[in-house]
Structure formats: structure tokens, C-alpha cells
Design a protein around this ligand. Structure first.
Ligand SMILES: [Zn+2]
Length: 501
């Protein structure tokens, strides 16, 4: 395998975190296998997803001597790939010569414990690395929907003779060797969730080793030509549209769901440029036999409905939503709790159940795809840090908590939210949100104390952990908490002031 050049780091990459991924392979021909892992439920980024091993470049990575690599980012990324492979799988790649198993096991433990760095280990053991044994396999940048974005160099490496890959449970749940074609089949059936670079890498591996390095290096370009499909599960395409949602989000995720006739959910922007991009994705899907036949809106907020009229016209598809949405938007059909939306079956039976899920707004609906335990949760669960704004009277804290409990009881595996990143560990995430709200309620009660207080007086007491610039939004949620307490007789409103009930 020859190594194509890595594209230069070039222009500043302000929002990205440098990282590296190492695709470990073994075997040849039909027996070629790649090592992949499932991330644990507890990690903040992509919990529950499948991935290759890798991670962020750390400061010590820049210090590892690597001959023949001039670009600073590339050198650090290669060092990072070597370190991550050793930490996460116990395999030491790109070493000149050999290392014995006991030395590697100790080195791994020390690295994981943080008592030593890779450059220190290299010096101690006289390790020299041959950068050319790490084949450049593409430079991938996380698309804009994700709250945390990575600029990642992928490398391909053969597991050295005599070494075995193994996982230490922690950040990773599980690791295994898999034939690339089997990984793709599992993805098509919706059994695994992973990011586009994994899919493209598996596809290129499945074709075989001929021209593999140059195909992998070119994969990011092919993946975004003519449009980039973010399809973390087969049949669920996420397209982030630039909108003006509440901070910290900047995009609304529109979803194309289905393998043939598709449902389009929440096309949130009416801006011509954003619509052109969305139509570009739709055109690409159409070449694969996937056409938008129905448009669904989760709730009436403008960052979810902005593009609906234009999409209705473009696709000639009816628009559906909850009946309470109709004063805000022209609906062609209403749907309510328990209704189902049936799309043609493919690898998956696309039967989506509508759930009426008030709390964020009265008209909010979510979609439950039981065959895959997938929940399209609109604005009920943010796909990143922070919580959802509950703005009375449309927002209702009691309803919201009941909705969260109901969603957790479904035991979804993966949530696809309207803002931020989809995530595994769905039940854990939903329960954490409910717990956070109940803890906030305790703080609000404590803030009420024995005197009468205005919202402005309560805010710094009950939201002292929230940045002051977010207080205007927090004030709405504070009011929602007080109204719920009032309902239960635990708070009393006296004009602009509140006291304990
Ligand atoms: Zn909303």
C-alpha cells in the first residue's frame, strides 16, 4: 500500500479539535477484517455508536519523533494514532522492530493511568517508529450539526505479527474483528449506528486492497459529492439547516426517513441557500430511489417550519402535524397520539408511531420507530449539552416531565434530535434530563425561602450555575417550575411575587 499525501492543514480551523483514527486490519482478500469498537453509554460524544479506535491529539503527541513527516498536524495525528491504538487495543503499530507482549501490556497500563507519555515510553524502550506503516486513509471533518467537531486524519495499519487487539472496558463497551461487508449489512439492518467516515471506510475495505489507500484518501471528497449524506443509520438521513434556534444551537436537523418513499421531518429554514442544499440532498436521494412523499412537523416553532411551504411545493407532498399546530401552519392532514405513518418496507419495517409529547409546546409530537428502537424527539432532548427551554404558557413543566417519563419507558436505543447530535444511550440521556429538572425544582423551592420574591430575585438563587447571558431564557423555565409548584400547592403567586405554599 502506498501512502498518498495528506492534504495540508492550510487555513485556520477555528472550531475543530485535531484528532486521529486508526483502522486496524488483518487478513487478506475475502478474509480481510477491520477492528471496530462500540463506544460506551457513558462517553459524551457518540455514546453507543460503533467506531474505529482513535481520539483527540494531546500535547505530548506533538513531541514524538517521526521521520519524514513535515506537517505539524499530520505528525501529531500519526503519533496520536499510535498512542490511541496502544491505549485502546494494546496493539503497537508502526514500530521498527518488535516489542514483547509483557512490555506492551505494561506500557498500555501506564499510558491509560496517565503516568507516562508515548514519547517517554519511546525513549525508555528505544522505540523508533516508521510513519510509512500508517497509511493515510482520509481526512474527515465533523459536519456542522454536531456541537463538538473534529478534524480527523484516518490511518490504516496492519496489526503486527504476534500482537492481539483487546479492549479494556471503560470508554469502550466492546471491540471485535469484523468483515467490512458484514459491518455494512448490520448498518443496513439498523442494528448499528455510526458516522459516515466509518461507512465509507468499510465500503472501500469491502472492495478489496487494490488501490485501497488512494480510494480511502479520496473518500471524503466522494462522500460530499454532489452532497454529503449524514446517514448514521441506513434510511435515516440527517441534514442540518442553518436556522435561528435558541442558543447554543445554530442548526435544525431535517430528517429524510425511509428506504424508498420518504418522510421529511422539520425542514426548518426558508432561506433560499439553505433550501438549495436541502434539495441537493433530496436530489441525491432520488437517484437512489428515495423520494419525499410526506412532510411532518414536530411543532410550530419557526426553526422547524421555515422551509415547509417551499418543500410542499417542491416535493408535491402533503404536510402533517398535530391539530394544535394548525393555527400556525397550513396542514394537509392532522395526526394524533397513536397514529402510525407507514412507509414502504426495505431492510426495515418503516412503521412510525406518532406520540403526542407536550411540554416544550402543546403541539409537539415525536416519532417512534419501534423496529429499531429509534425515537425522533424534536426539541424534547437536546443533542448536546444544556437543556430544553420550557416557556409558559405554551411550554408546561408538568407535561414535559410526564413526556420525558413516557419516552424513557419506551426504552429507545437511539435518539435523533432536532438540534445537535443523534445519540445512543437514549434512556440514560432522557433520565438525566428528568433528574436535572427535578433537582432544579428543589433549588427553586429552596430559593423561595420564607419571603416573597420576584422572578428577577429568584433567578440568581435558583440558576447560579447558569451563565448570566442565558438568564432571560432561564427565567422562562423558572416560571414554568413555579407554575408547576403552584399547581401542587407548593408555591403561591402574589402578583409579580412568589412565596412558598
Ligand atoms: Zn422548539
Amino acid at each position: 500500500m502506498t501512502t498518498p499525501p495528506v492534504p495540508p492543514s492550510g487555513a485556520p480551523r477555528p472550531k475543530f479539535r485535531d484528532s486521529a483514527v486508526v483502522v486496524l486490519v488483518r487478513g487478506r482478500g475475502d478474509a480481510l477484517e477491520a477492528f471496530w469498537v462500540q463506544r460506551s453509554e457513558a462517553v459524551p460524544v457518540q455514546p453507543g455508536f460503533h467506531a474505529f479506535v482513535g481520539g483527540k491529539v494531546d500535547a505530548a503527541d506533538t513531541l514524538l519523533p517521526l521521520d519524514g513527516v513535515d506537517d505539524e498536524f499530520e505528525r501529531a495525528a500519526r503519533a496520536c494514532a499510535i498512542r490511541e491504538a496502544l491505549e485502546e487495543t494494546g496493539v503497537l503499530v508502526a514500530l521498527e522492530g518488535a516489542a514483547d507482549a509483557a512490555t506492551l501490556a505494561t506500557a498500555r497500563e501506564q499510558l491509560l493511568a496517565g503516568t507516562v507519555t508515548l514519547p517517554e515510553l519511546a525513549e525508555r524502550h528505544g522505540w523508533r517508529f516508521d510513519a510509512s506503516q500508517l497509511t493515510f486513509a482520509g481526512r474527515w471533518q465533523t459536519p456542522a450539526f454536531a456541537p463538538v467537531r473534529f478534524d480527523t486524519l484516518f490511518f490504516l495499519a496492519r496489526v503486527p505479527e504476534g500482537q492481539e487487539a483487546s479492549i479494556v472496558p471503560g470508554e469502550l463497551e466492546h471491540g471485535e474483528w469484523i468483515r467490512p461487508a458484514d459491518a455494512i449489512a448490520r448498518w443496513e439492518r439498523g442494528e448499528v449506528t455510526f458516522a459516515a467516515p466509518i461507512l465509507w471506510t468499510m465500503r472501500d475495505l469491502a472492495v478489496g486492497e487494490e488501490n485501497l489507500a488512494s480510494r480511502l484518501a479520496d473518500a471524503p471528497r466522494r462522500a460530499s459529492t454532489p452532497a454529503r449524506l449524514v446517514e448514521l443509520q441506513h434510511g435515516i438521513v440527517l441534514h442540518a439547516m442553518k436556522t435561528r434556534p435558541l442558543p447554543p444551537a445554530q442548526h435544525t436537523n431535517a430528517y429524510f426517513i425511509g428506504e424508498r418513499d420518504c418522510l421529511l421531518v422539520d425542514p426548518g429554514s426558508g432561506e433560499p441557500e439553505a433550501l438549495e442544499e436541502l434539495f441537493g440532498v433530496a436530489d441525491l436521494l432520488a437517484t437512489q430511489g428515495r423520494r419525499v412523499k410526506l412532510i411532518l412537523v414536530t411543532h410550530h416553532h419557526p426553526d422547524h417550519t421555515g422551509g415547509v411551504a417551499a418543500c410542499r411545493e417542491r416535493f408535491g407532498a402533503p404536510v402533517v402535524g398535530h391539530i394544535a399546530l394548525s393555527p400556525h401552519l397550513k396542514l394537509d392532514r392532522v395526526v394524533g397520539d397513536g397514529d402510525s405513518i407507514e412507509l414502504p418496507s426495505g431492510h426495515t419495517k418503516w412503521s412510525l408511531k406518532v406520540l403526542s409529547t407536550p411540554g416544550h409546546t402543546r403541539d409537539h409530537i415525536a416519532l417512534w420507530l419501534e423496529s429499531r428502537r429509534v425515537l425522533f424527539c424534536g426539541d424534547l432532548v437536546p443533542g448536546g449539552p444544556g437543556s430544553v427551554i420550557i416557556d409558559p404558557p405554551d411550554g408546561d413543566m408538568g407535561d414535559y416531565l410526564a413526556t420525558l417519563d413516557r419516552m424513557a419507558a419506551l426504552e429507545p436505543a437511539t435518539i435523533f434530535p432536532a438540534h445537535g447530535s443523534p445519540q445512543g444511550a437514549a434512556v440514560r440521556r432522557i433520565k438525566a434530563l428528568a433528574k436535572h429538572r427535578r433537582e432544579r425544582e428543589v433549588r427553586v423551592l429552596a430559593a423561595l425561602g420564607d419571603s416573597e420574591r420576584t422572578l428577577a430575585e429568584l433567578l440568581p438563587l435558583a440558576y447560579d450555575d447558569t451563565k448570566p447571558e442565558l438568564w432571560p431564557l432561564a427565567e422562562r423555565s423558572l416560571l414554568a417550575h413555579l407554575m408547576l409548584l403552584e399547581k401542587g400547592g407548593r408555591a403561591v403567586r402574589l402578583g409579580e411575587r412568589w412565596r412558598r405554599g
